[in-house]
Design a protein around this ligand. Structure first.
Ligand SMILES: Nc1ncnc2c1ncn2[C@@H]1O[C@H](COP(=O)(O)OP(=O)(O)O)[C@@H](O)[C@H]1O
Ligand SMILES: [Mg+2]
Length: 315
């Protein structure tokens, strides 16, 4: 089975229930998403939201109850689909007695890709993930961040076009996380497509082109960071001088909402052109406008709102 449309990764109406009867767990409910070539797509969600299940279905490690998944248009049920995919599993373990280079050579052999095991190439990969100096040291002495980076080298060992990374920065300290983020951006610039899972907002916020928020097995929000964090018809305005209470009250009468925020104000308008009326109103009263911008909220607020809405919808 193949699918048209040019997506690097596609989930089509995926549902997954583990077990049956009373013990059944609905892990995914009708999730559809597409990751386009060359983008970093971040799946954000609390523990148990269904992120790992989705990734495992993309790799045919878990079979969906309903729906289908495709890698570059090829059903994920076929081994051919996986050849172009690198995978960093959640909680992966390497044999501690091996050196980083040994472990990587082992995965290169497993991958079956002819050129993969060339020692110079493997050292190059370790260099890419900033482990060149540790290549001949035993993994036992690696920090969590080093192990995660070795995991990334493992995912890259057969030079895949697509990377599925399950919690790539989990348990890694801030410096290590920054290194991993730089690496992801570097990989994107080399044309790789990346789907990453994280329960860490800051990671997703800093590197992802698009974000999907999962909650209770469903994809409850999706979009670019900019679109997700922009509040429609809400604006932050800095004026000179600052509005006094009477002026603010008067303004509140002509818009849907107006309130003080920091050194300026925030207004909500009922229609797109409403902001022009606000500017006219202020200028007619001799108030100078020093800045005006659409109101943005943090991804954290978007995330918490999504969870609230979902819980209210379920109640
Ligand atoms: N093999 C399994 N058997 C039964 N339940 C599972 C299994 N794997 C995951 N689950 C359950 O499915 C839900 C989603 O889990 P998971 O996909 O691991 O979420 P996440 O990666 O977002 O933390 C959770 O309730 C989890 O307990
Ligand atoms: Mg998980």
């Amino acid at each position: 089975m193949t699918q048209a449309g040019g997506a690097a990764i596609e989930a089509a109406a995926l549902s997954k229930t583990y077990g049956r009867g009373r013990g059944a767990v609905a892990a995914l409910a009708n999730v559809s998403l597409r990751v386009v070539p060359g983008e970093i797509y971040g799946l954000l969600g609390r523990n148990g939201a269904g992120k790992t299940t989705l990734v495992k279905i993309l790799l045919d490690i878990v079979r969906p109850t309903r729906g289908a998944a495709f890698i570059r248009g090829v059903t994920s049920r076929s081994a051919a689909a996986r050849r172009t995919v690198g995978y960093l599993p959640e909680d992966h373990r390497f044999p501690e007695y091996q050196t980083g280079l040994d472990a990587l050579a082992f995965y290169a052999a497993l991958s079956g890709a002819p050129a993969a095991g060339d020692p110079a190439r493997l050292r190059g990969l370790l260099d890419l993930v900033n482990l060149a100096d540790a290549a001949d040291r035993r993994i036992r002495g690696y920090s969590k961040g080093m192990k995660q980076r070795l995991g990334l080298a493992q995912a890259l060992v057969h030079d895949p076009e697509i990377l599925l990374l399950d919690e790539p920065t989990d348990g890694v300290d801030p410096v290590g996380r920054a290194r991993i983020r730089e690496l992801l951006v570097d990989l994107r610039s080399r044309g790789k497509t990346i789907l990453l899972n994280s329960h860490l907002l800051s990671e997703v916020e800093r590197v992802c082109d698009r974000v999907g928020i999962m909650e209770g097995g469903a994809l409850v929000r999706e979009g670019t960071l900019d679109a997700l964090t922009r509040v429609r018809r809400a604006y932050s305005i800095e004026t000179a001088p600052a509005l006094d209470d009477a002026q603010l009250g008067e303004l509140a009468g002509v818009v849907r909402g107006a309130a003080r925020a920091g050194s300026g104000i925030e207004v909500c308008v009922g229609e797109d052109r409403g902001i022009d009326a606000v500017v006219d109103h202020l200028r007619a009263r001799g108030v100078g406008i020093r800045s005006l911008a659409e109101k943005k909220i943090s991804l954290e607020e978007v995330f918490l709102n999504a969870i609230d809405d979902n819980e209210r919808g379920a109640a």
